[in-house]
Design a protein around this ligand. Sequence first.
Ligand SMILES: [Zn+2]
Length: 207
Amino acid sequence: MLKLVKSVVFSFVLASILAISAPVWAASNANPTVKAASPSANSIQTAERVVKLLGNLLSRAQIPFHGELRLTQKHGFHAEAFFGSPGYIELGESYANQLTDGELTFVISHELAHLLSDHQARLVDAYDKKKSAGLSVAAQSDLTRLAVLQRDLELDADRIGAVWTIRAGFSAADAASALERAYGAAQQVLGTHPALKVRTSALLSAR
Ligand SMILES: [Zn+2]
């Protein structure tokens, strides 16, 4: 069942959204919650759109996600996965509003891929190895290895995310254009993320 909540106060308003989305969920074993960024009409409208796209994605790609998708009013291209059981995704409301349905489905898929793959275990393992190496001569190469691992995990999330985006009824081109939009003029947004060309070329081979 899909829940869309802002607060207890708004749960009555949102109960009707829940009812509308329920049939989408019949075929899915997922049980996520979508939280609007604020009680304003615009925020609710964005959250409703996310509910619809997330519902379509989880049921068509058969993704068993039981966590939360929290819309926020953070600015910029804000989309982040927070590990835990079951973990949650933060998504900037203004970012979501700039994306087409296909692009937004990919952004959500990418973050879901981080949460539902072994990414947390692989990162924890790498951090533990780094810690046990301490401030030895090996530290610098450990840091390099960690950076390489982070980039690998990004490509892994892109690849899985693109496959899910396609299953949801969109295309690899939607995934690539989501990345192009996020990178804008910059070819490298963060040290932890691979260059745009590396990411889009990997994506376009997805099917
Ligand atoms: Zn990522």
